[in-house]
Write a protein that binds this ligand. Structure first.
Ligand SMILES: CC(C)(COP(=O)(O)OP(=O)(O)OC[C@H]1O[C@@H](n2cnc3c(N)ncnc32)[C@H](O)[C@@H]1OP(=O)(O)O)[C@@H](O)C(=O)NCCC(=O)NCCS
Length: 424
């Protein structure tokens, strides 16, 4: 590997015999609880070994690790091969010696070598990844709703039936995966779990994860033909207070295909006996539930950053998505880590597809840039969830021509908010 590690360290591939060491480094970095055999059985190790890389000392002790998943990242109007960066950890006694920086260099180079024009991640702390060109590209919201919160009517909801059962990984893995993929059709960022190990993790429920709550339950909503149209994985926790039962309901994940199924699902979840509140999992900021709630003021929202996106191959990445309006713009891009991206790129939209959006052609140009920005800001705007105008308002995008900025912000925007519904 060509990236150079600091003196005393070297990058190393992770072979099967070093997986336990790899996991031990990550466990130290993240203060993981001690592992137990039942959890290991239920939650498979999911990082592909040909994408797992570490840093060891000259003496051969592994002290830093990372890995990536081979994803297809849904982008506005399409999808793009994407390296999902994960399992990033440096032992506390080796931190701040540029080991993460070394690993990021390796990650960028290897991802590009595999033909992945984009990388994405969830950040453990928001201060880490901007310096490496990752931009915060999406938010999610979690709502805590009072039992009985009213929903606006949706025709057909009452015709759907509901089943409530104990989550069974072997039986429900496929159903949960299919419904989740179907529910996010057309939504940027909605990454499908691309491997058996990740699909299994989505329905795993080892006792160590229950924290005093019941085993995970599965709610499914079915149409007249018995076809599942929505699901939720949830856990209630027995809680008796002075006023009586006040069980919280924690929804781990939920997805619905169509408004009637969403209405039926949430109506059921909001009316469980003995419960007091329902806390949702990660929702897009325009999730259908928000439009269904009769009272949007009372639920307590918690908003947080979701996907961070890094463009590794700027022209390939920009050409892989579609644009909401016609555009002819020259982008002046700064990229200190990947200089091949730096400089002026002309983006010209072309044909209009059935979705009304425009494809684009991107090429090098000598023309003066209309907009200047760091690759980080391009990553932030890439999924259509952050406005170039908003970034310009705080100086992160600059232009001499407000009209061009307005047109570019409109074209880069997208009517469906990006979100990834699960953390990797
Ligand atoms: C976060 C972590 C991976 C950083 O590793 P590291 O080897 O110490 O990072 P580096 O020495 O390469 O630091 C590179 C730069 O990032 C900065 N940085 C590192 N961690 C940071 C953090 N948590 N917040 C803000 N800045 C951070 C460093 O100060 C340094 O800045 P500089 O270039 O201005 O000098 C490591 O501290 C760790 O494992 N933390 C716990 C687990 C974790 O959060 N993992 C990330 C998962 S998404």
């Amino acid at each position: 590997m060509s990236p150079t590690a600091p003196a005393g360290y070297r990058l190393t591939e992770i072979t099967a015999d070093r997986v336990e060491e790899y996991r031990a480094v990550d466990a130290m970095a993240f203060a993981e609880p001690a592992r137990d055999p039942a959890t290991d059985l239920a939650v498979p190790f999911a990082v592909p070994l040909d994408r797992a890389v570490g840093v060891e000392t000259d003496g051969g002790e592994l002290v830093a690790v990372h890995g990536s998943y081979a994803f297809h990242l849904p982008v506005p109007g399409g999808e793009v091969p994407c390296a999902g960066l994960t399992w990033v950890g440096v032992r506390p006694d080796h931190r701040r010696r540029r080991l993460l920086s070394t690993m990021i260099d390796a990650h960028l180079e290897r991802s590009l070598g595999r033909g992945e024009p984009v990388s994405a991640l969830f950040a453990a702390e928001p201060g880490i990844y901007g310096r490496f060109g990752y931009g915060s590209a999406a938010d999610h919201v979690r709502l805590t709703l009072a039992r009985g919160a009213a929903l606006r009517d949706v025709p057909g909801s009452a015709d759907l039936t509901v089943r409530f059962e104990t989550l069974d990984p072997a039986r429900h893995e496929d159903l949960v995966d299919r419904l989740q993929i179907a529910a996010g059709t057309g939504r940027p960022g909605w990454i499908a779990r691309g491997s058996d190990a990740l699909r299994r993790t989505a329905v795993a429920d080892p006792a160590a994860w229950r924290r005093g709550g019941e085993p995970a339950r599965l709610v499914t909503v079915h149409d007249a033909a018995g076809e599942p149209r929505a699901y939720a994985v949830l856990r209630r926790t027995q809680t008796w207070a002075d006023g009586g039962a006040a069980y919280p309901v924690q929804v781990r994940s939920a997805a619905a295909v169509g408004a009637a199924a969403a209405h039926r699902l949430w109506s059921f979840l909001l009316d469980l006996d003995l419960t007091s509140t329902v806390t949702t999992g990660m929702l897009a900021v325009d999730d259908p539930l928000l439009a269904l709630l009769a009272d949007t003021r009372r639920p307590v929202p918690r908003t947080s950053d979701n996907l961070w996106v890094r463009l590794l191959d700027v022209p390939a990445a920009l050409a892989a998505r579609r644009y909401a309006a016609p555009l002819d713009v020259v982008l002046g891009v700064r990229d200190t880590l990947l200089p091949a991206n730096a400089g002026a790129w002309r983006l010209v939209t072309g044909e209009v597809g059935a979705d009304g959006a425009h494809g684009a052609h991107v090429e090098r140009t000598d023309a003066a840039p209309d907009l200047e920005l760091d690759v980080r800001e391009l990553g932030a705007a890439y999924l259509g969830g952050r406005s170039l105008s908003a970034l310009a308002a705080v100086g992160q995008v600059t232009t001499r021509d407000p009209a061009v900025l307005h047109r570019a912000a409109t074209a880069f925007g997208w009517p469906v908010a990006p979100v990834c519904p699960w953390v990797f």
